[in-house]
Design a protein around this ligand. Sequence first.
Ligand SMILES: NC(=O)c1ccc[n+]([C@@H]2O[C@H](COP(=O)([O-])OP(=O)(O)OC[C@H]3O[C@@H](n4cnc5c(N)ncnc54)[C@H](OP(=O)(O)O)[C@@H]3O)[C@@H](O)[C@H]2O)c1
Length: 284
Amino acid sequence: MATHTTSPKVFITGASSGLGEALARHYAAQGAILGLVGRRGDKLADLAASLPHPHAVHCYALDVRDALALRAAADDFMARHGVPDIVIANAGISHGVNTEDAADLPHFASVMDTNWMAMVATFSPFVAPMRERKHGTLVGIGSVAGVRGLPGHGAYSASKAAAMTYLESLRVELRAAKVAVVTIAPGYIRTPMTDGNPFPMPFLMPSDKFARKAAAAIARRKRFVVLPWPMGVVACVMRCLPRWLYDMLFARAPRKPRLSERQAKNSAPANAGPPPNDPSTGPN
Ligand SMILES: NC(=O)c1ccc[n+]([C@@H]2O[C@H](COP(=O)([O-])OP(=O)(O)OC[C@H]3O[C@@H](n4cnc5c(N)ncnc54)[C@H](OP(=O)(O)O)[C@@H]3O)[C@@H](O)[C@H]2O)c1
């Protein structure tokens, strides 16, 4: 039977590293009851054990591309604690891709499934209960990379553009029900996802600072926020550039390595130096 407390209840996907982990730590420090999702159950268990109230943390080791598993986790969490106050669809992956190479087609699909479709599947079990209670905040993690199509990053840019457009639709749909939908578009945040980036990352922000700023925006039920804020200015400029100028400026932009390139680097001989910490090259 559901227990109802005054502690905030927060359900987070992609909590086993990076931004999701930082958000879990932030909300745990506020005394929250947490539902944490990720494929690496060992990482989730280690995180739970390191938090101030491990008994208030429920870990769900699952793949967010499995909508039935997500629904079972959501139902379990709600059966124990009632409807969450905040649901954060954060799980995501990022690979460079090349349309010419048929071997990359599955990577286009998995990026889209993880970054966009799984966001929909994450929210789906919670929308009706939140609507009924006229309470709750759904948070989606987009990206500045979704503002324009970045060369070599077509799968990721497309998935984040889809996610942010979907979040806007949902925000308007749920307005009358008083359920908030918050879009957070990070620029560059220091996490395992960005650790291997072979290019400069302007305004790089630590993940704990990101979590504090994101939680403040979520508490204010902001519709859309870019973090860190200077990347918001960059995003506005990017959005406004005429296509001919955008094409000229970005034609030579550095590209995210493709999955095959990262795997080759990771399997390089030991004397070539340590591989980057890159879980997105793992079980995707
Ligand atoms: N870091 C940045 O600068 C940045 C910028 C813009 C947007 N973002 C977005 O922020 C979100 C978090 O990224 P991050 O930087 O924290 O990366 P990260 O450290 O690589 O973390 C990604 C998280 O997503 C989970 N995940 C990935 N695929 C999953 C799947 N199929 N099922 C379940 N969980 C899955 C991973 O857990 P498991 O591997 O255990 O499954 C991990 O917990 C992503 O949506 C990313 O696109 C990040």
